[in-house]
Design a protein around this ligand. Structure first.
Ligand SMILES: NC(=O)c1ccc[n+]([C@@H]2O[C@H](COP(=O)([O-])OP(=O)(O)OC[C@H]3O[C@@H](n4cnc5c(N)ncnc54)[C@H](OP(=O)(O)O)[C@@H]3O)[C@@H](O)[C@H]2O)c1
Length: 437
């Protein structure tokens, strides 16, 4: 019997992964039977499921579905038209089962950004070869339908820039540090206790998870192969409460911000802590919420804000993809056929931007002048400067804050290296990019 998905009759779903996302999908399908059938033009029917532990209590009635211990076997079942991969991990079961489904021409819906960031090109080529859909709305910014917006609603635009706060845990940590005046280590521990962190916290706080998402958006926005290995990554572990407070005094908030843009020097993809104006939509973003900002030549700027994680929002995104498949709607995985995606040249350095500099200077005559000279010699001009004499500072040390005019990152690095030779710095200076949003 052929296992190629049928285009009529009930759409038969196999769900691999019965955790937060998988159970969320099961619940909506069980609760909204008629609405989903009306919207998809055919009933959605779960035929089989898979997870590691068949005995676990899962907060949903799964008794009507066949159980497969091996997700690859689930993907290959004749009574599965759409394989829903919500297990996670970029190797092993998730990759093997996704490949097995696509090789048989079965549609795949996944929430797995790691899988696509690492293997998106090969999987897209396989899907397009066998005529299967490969959809991943839930993989980027949870419930925010940003993949659909970029591939469809904005298809008439030349995309100029894509930006986003796309890791709710990092945004929670940064906004909580600010509101409670607590240091990073304390809030990190709070986040761990609340269960907000991945088993490997570096995926969150190291910017890797958000970097995966940015690489997928960049591929669609600029028609390039997914190139996660070319994302400049810096996590939030070095963001200090001092910088959060001092930046706030100067009208900025610190965010782990992803930015992708095509420049004359190549594709720029950055996921790094940045200052953004406190009054901007990105600056105002609180807690675990996500925000994606899309800029097109015709449409201008679009801001999308919503839940980036959680059972309901992520299942919402999975169901959006499933309904599209039920309707028979198909599109290339990354907006244009995978074989036509360009191999991106990575920009060797980021576009010039203003920088926030913080340094602690000794109380010596001419100390500030020496620092200003280093900046001048590196071709960097000063926009604002503020000196803060802290009551607890030793021997009258002073904190000096500088906001520069636009400067090339290499020039900023050069100036920082020259600061050391002045002999007036008490500790290493801090430099954080200010993103114009
Ligand atoms: N949670 C979110 O808010 C969210 C948001 C966006 C995207 N995502 C993505 O969605 C995916 C799933 O996330 P989640 O939060 O739902 O994870 P989760 O709660 O940890 O659930 C993972 C599920 O996959 C099953 N599983 C893992 N390895 C398996 C294997 N080798 N064979 C069979 N089943 C296996 C687990 O089985 P057991 O239950 O038996 O252990 C569990 O049911 C990930 O790619 C994640 O990045 C999650």
């Amino acid at each position: 019997m052929s296992s190629t998905p049928s285009e009529t009759g009930p759409l038969r779903l196999g769900i691999a992964g019965l955790g937060t996302v998988g159970i969320g999908v099961v619940k909506i399908i069980q609760r909204e039977v008629e609405t989903l059938a009306a919207r998809g033009g055919r009933p959605l029917v779960i035929t089989a499921v898979s997870a590691r532990d068949p005995k676990k209590n899962r907060d949903a009635d799964l008794s009507g579905y066949a159980w497969e211990t091996d997700p690859v076997q689930l993907a290959k079942r004749d009574d599965v038209d759409v394989f829903i991969e919500v297990m996670g991990g970029h190797e092993g079961a998730a990759k093997d089962a996704t490949e097995a489904a696509l090789a048989l021409g079965k549609h795949v819906v996944t929430a797995n950004k790691a899988l696509l960031a690492h293997h998106g090109q090969a999987l897209a080529e396989l899907a397009e070869k066998t005529g299967a859909a490969l959809r991943f709305e839930a993989a980027v910014a949870g419930g925010i339908p940003v993949i659909k917006a970029l591939t469809e609603g904005l298809a008439g635009n030349r995309i100029k820039r894509v930006m986003g706060v796309m890791n709710g845990t990092c945004n929670y940590i940064l906004t909580r540090m600010q509101s409670a005046g607590l240091p990073y280590e304390t809030v990190f521990e709070e986040a761990r206790q609340l269960g907000y962190l991945e088993a490997d916290p570096n995926l969150d706080v190291g910017g890797i998870d958000a970097g995966h998402k940015l690489s997928l958006l960049a591929a669609i926005a600029f028609g390039t192969r997914v190139s996660f290995d070319k994302v400049e990554l810096e996590g939030i572990g070095n963001v200090s409460i001092d910088d959060i407070n001092l930046a706030d005094d100067m009208g900025y908030h610190i965010k782990l911000l992803g930015v992708a843009q095509m420049t004359g020097r190549g594709l720029e993809q950055r996921m790094t802590p940045c200052l953004v104006p406190a009054e901007s939509p990105l600056g105002q973003l609180q807690g675990g919420t996500n925000m994606v900002v899309l800029e097109g030549d015709a449409v201008g700027q679009i801001v999308m804000r919503g839940a980036g994680a959680g059972e309901g929002p992520t299942a919402s995104a999975v169901l959006g993809d499933v309904i599209d498949i039920a309707r028979g709607y198909r599109r290339p995985v990354f907006g244009i056929p995978a074989t036509q995606l360009a191999d991106p040249v990575a920009a060797r350095s980021a576009t010039p931007a203003p920088y926030y500099l913080r340094m602690r200077l000794q109380d010596k005559p001419g100390a500030l002048a020496k620092v200003a000279t280093c900046l001048g010699e590196a071709g960097i001009s000063i926009d604002q400067m503020r000196q803060i004499n802290q009551p607890d500072a030793d021997d009258g040390d002073a904190i000096v804050l500088i906001v520069t005019h636009k400067a090339a990152p290499a020039d900023v690095s050069h100036a920082l290296s020259q600061f050391n030779a002045t002999g007036v710095l008490v500790e290493n200076p801090v430099a954080i990019r200010i993103e114009e949003v």
